[in-house]
Design a protein around this ligand. Structure first.
Ligand SMILES: Cc1ncc(COP(=O)(O)O)c(C=O)c1O
Length: 354
């Protein structure tokens, strides 16, 4: 604490990202990164960008990237907003579209950055409990609100909400913005992007960090009605003109255009997930159905924190959310390669003495 801090800073509870360990040889299944590298076409685009032109500022509007994203989704470029990771896109969304008189709504178990943005932008929120099966029930959101946001699939549960349910929510919530955070949708979900031309209050956010293996490049985007996108640009241009550097723009364009690599990699992750779910179930874990590149699981006899610690001793790191809550006995495990997941199962067998 310092006397020089702005008043707001004293009240902030910043987000704590999953560990990025400095130790080598760990099997890292804790931050939902992709176990496979990006497309070779992305690497080639980045290498080409390492040139004299770096002395010049990048395109402040990222027009080429917006066009590539628009083409990928069959939309117009004026329906696309891009940012430095979807975290930055989400920050602007909270500031530009979710700050109203009424509280915004999001699930009680969800991406823990949402309450942090509310703290930063002084937005009131109400959490809406998931049901006992950790599912979102859209009718629970049919009430006055300043906006609604949740990930689909939800994080950290991995549970998917079917598209007709999202449409039912939109039909019953026309007065405020509904944000669907689709960071993980490519691992088995049906995207709400299909609905943006019909619902002007719908905004869908995506990231290149997960299915496109580019967590290190920091690119995310939002798609929706041009009026929503306009609000995001007004905030972005009051904050940072150049959030995406030349590398990020060039690499992201190549990633959006290489559809076959993307298809192959996401299929691989989905196949490994199905194998890992079977393996964990055969060790008596309860695994929530997952549409993401991670699973959320608990063991009826073993304490989650102790399991996570034992795995770490065996050089496998996964994520355990310590806060006392109804997810305290769950482990969130990122899908790695087949070999990494086998190493995890082996380490679990050691711990469970099977
Ligand atoms: C639900 C959800 N949304 C958004 C993000 C942010 O991703 P990024 O900033 O890498 O695009 C994450 C990251 O893990 C996430 O879990």
């Amino acid at each position: 604490m310092s006397q020089y801090w702005s008043k707001l800073v004293h009240s902030l509870t910043p987000y704590v990202p999953g560990e990025q360990p400095k130790i080598n040889n760990l099997i890292k299944l804790n931050t939902n990164e992709n176990p496979y590298g990006p497309s070779p076409k992305v690497i080639a685009a980045l290498q080409k960008e390492a040139a004299d032109s770096l002395r010049l500022y990048p395109d402040p509007n990222s027009d080429g990237l917006k066009q590539a994203i628009a083409e990928y989704h069959g939309l117009n470029a004026n329906q696309v907003f891009v940012g430095n990771g979807s975290d930055e896109v989400l920050a602007h969304v909270f500031n530009a579209l979710l700050k109203h008189d009424k509280p915004i709504l999001f699930p009680d178990v969800t991406y823990s950055f949402y309450p942090v943005y509310c703290g930063l932008y002084e937005i009131e929120f109400e959490t809406v409990p998931l049901n006992d099966a950790f599912e979102i029930k859209v009718e629970d959101y049919f009430k006055a609100n300043g906006g609604i946001i949740f990930p689909n699939p939800n994080a950290p549960t991995g549970r998917l909400l079917a598209l007709p349910e999202i449409e039912r929510l939109l039909k019953n919530n026309t007065e405020s913005v509904v944000v669907i955070d689709e960071a993980y949708v490519d691992f088995g979900g049906e995207s709400a992007v299909a609905l943006v031309n019909r619902y002007p209050q719908l905004l869908v956010t995506h990231t290149l960090s997960k299915a496109r293996s580019l967590a290190g490049l920091r690119v995310g985007y939002a798609v929706g009605h041009p009026d929503l996108i306009d609000a995001l640009h007004r905030v972005k241009d009051s904050f940072n003109s150049y959030p995406l550097d030349r590398f990020a723009q060039a690499g992201a364009i190549a990633a959006m255009q290489d559809k076959s690599y993307f298809e192959e990699m996401r299929q691989r992750v989905i196949e490994t997930r199905e194998k890992l779910v079977n393996d964990l179930e055969s060790l008596d874990f309860e695994v929530l159905p997952s549409g993401a590149n991670f699973i959320f699981a608990r063991h009826p006899q073993y304490d989650a924190e102790a399991l996570a610690a034992s795995l770490r001793d065996q050089k496998v790191i996964i994520r355990h959310f310590k806060k006392p809550s109804r997810i305290a006995q769950f482990l969130r495990i990122t899908i790695g390669t087949d070999e990494e997941c086998q190493a995890l199962v082996k380490a679990l067998k050691n711990t469970l003495k099977i």
